[in-house]
Design a binder for this molecule. Sequence first.
Ligand code: HEC
Length: 175
Amino acid sequence: MRSIVLAILGLCLAGCDQNMEVQPSYREYAPAPLFRAGTLRNPPANVVARDDLERDKEVRDKPALTDGVLKRGQQRFGIFCSPCHGTAGDGDGIIVRRGMPHPTSYHDERLRAADDQYLFDVITNGHGAMYSYAARVPPRDRWAIVAYIRVLQLARHASVDEVPPDRRDGLQAAQ
Ligand code: HEC
């Protein structure tokens, strides 16, 4: 009697298992009556496909330095970085003044000596307490921001000799 009950129980469990195995699920590219285009859906905005060669190229190739790139960098820096790093890059942005750890100033010897790729990588991957901006700042804008960080550094540390001769007069007058 006991073994019969057990056998029936066993059969029931096996039945459950069967149900789980044959549940309806779609294979990729299969027709799906619910969606007009089948199972292949349009990806949401800003999704990056793996092996997206166009994007890889943007990551690899630093854009040439133009006024447009610098202006874009200045604007993006103002939006994404200045809240912590401050508008001049000293690391004293409004969020830091309210308790975020103080980042190293961009005018620090080490960060002035760091190459562009290092700065690009910090934006991409984050650094310590700073999180990654890869999802918010596309590669071309990251390069533009890096260029603008160089502007900030030069603005404080370049000597008059590095300024083109025809622009020096105005500078010295301003001092
Ligand atoms: C929410 C605040 C915050 C924002 C916004 C932010 N950072 Fe940072 N950043 C930090 C902090 C904090 C550190 C120091 C992290 C540490 O050393 O743990 C840091 C460090 C850095 C460093 C120095 C890394 C080193 O080697 O010391 C660079 C370069 C940098 N950030 C660039 C950027 C750029 C470019 C942006 C804008 C795209 C940005 N950060 C936006 C908080 C921020």
